[in-house]
Design a protein around this ligand. Structure first.
Ligand code: C2E
Ligand code: CA
Ligand code: CA
Ligand code: CA
Length: 279
């Protein structure tokens, strides 16, 4: 047993070293990515389940690495968070998404683009709120063209500072969506206190939807509760027509997922909008 243990140690040490080196590399490359315009936003339509119309999109970050190709945000957002780069990246995301939203608003006055905001961006009042609001003014668009997506974890820890910043957003017309709903600790009391506008039901509840399934009952319950509180419901990860129909019958307002479209670059989203409005 002793020998096995030693072998184990010898085996793991180099592996961990490689992991640490890869992480260092990722950090260096991410810094370069910021200054070399390797970051892009892709947009995924959020579809009105009753009418099939598209009045909203979620902006999703993409990193086109010169050697490795596209790297998933699930891989590099945590790195950005632990190094503090999330602030600079988050600012860029907001500016870019607002710029696109302003463009789409010219033809569709109620169009909204939602952006993902990391809980860390709210820390120590570092969320560049004033700069964001200034940016909206310089684009000459209303704050209502942007929806900020936050996660339940943030609400759980919401101190007075987070609450204050969210309320300042709301004052400027920016709406708030609660992302990945159902995966964290339930914090229903916060829904009302923080004046949330949208609940996004996590993909994990949608992927196993069947008639008369427990997940369907959950979706119905969430939709009923949300509507009583004056919130709208977006179902994430809609991949099949059966899921779409069940979610609509369950009372969900909007759907998002590969059934409608994958996240696409802005120019492709233009084409998608043009195509859908001529259907
Ligand atoms: P999320 O906010 O929950 O975004 C939804 C994810 O589900 C996206 O993954 C999207 O591409 C994927 N998705 C959409 N429809 C379907 C579907 O029908 N089936 C399946 N299997 N997946 C679907 P993505 O783009 O890889 O982003 C992963 C996560 O990275 C996001 O999860 C979000 O938490 C984070 N993220 C993305 N962009 C940003 C950003 O600009 N800032 C921050 N802080 N986080 C971001
Ligand atoms: Ca999201
Ligand atoms: Ca989500
Ligand atoms: Ca998320």
């Amino acid at each position: 047993a002793k020998r096995e243990g030693r072998n184990c140690g010898q085996y793991f040490a180099p592996v961990m070293q490689v992991a640490a080196q890869e992480r260092m590399r990722l950090i260096t490359d991410l810094r370069a990515a910021l200054s070399h315009q390797q970051l892009q936003l892709h947009y995924q339509p959020i579809v009105d389940l009753a009418s099939g119309e598209v009045h909203k999109a979620e902006a999703l970050l993409r990193w086109k690495h010169p050697e490795r190709g596209f790297i998933s945000p699930a891989e590099f957002i945590p790195v950005a968070e632990s190094t503090g780069m999330i602030h600079e990246i988050g600012d860029w995301v907001f500016h870019e998404a607002a710029r696109q939203a302003a463009r789409w608003r010219r033809e569709r006055p109620d169009f909204q683009v939602s952006v993902n905001v990391s809980p860390l961006q709210f820390e120590n009042g570092r969320l560049a709120l004033s700069a964001w609001l200034h940016h909206l003014r310089s684009l000459d668009v209303d704050g209502s063209c942007v929806v900020v997506e936050i996660t339940e974890g943030l609400l759980m820890e919401a101190g007075p500072e987070v609450t204050r910043q969210l309320l300042r957003f709301r004052d400027a017309g920016v709406q708030v969506a609660l992302d990945d709903f159902g995966t964290g600790y339930s914090s229903l009391a916060y829904l009302n206190r923080l004046d949330i506008d949208y609940i996004k039901i996590d993909r994990s509840f949608v992927s196993n939807l069947k008639p008369a399934s427990p997940d369907l009952a959950l979706c119905e319950g969430i939709a009923m509760m949300a509507h009583k509180l004056g919130l709208k419901v977006v179902a994430e990860g809609v991949e099949t027509e059966e899921q779409r129909a069940l979610l609509q019958a369950a009372g969900c307002d909007y759907g998002q997922g590969y059934l409608f479209s994958r996240p696409v670059p802005a120019t492709q989203f233009d084409a998608l909008l043009a195509h859908r409005s001529h259907e």
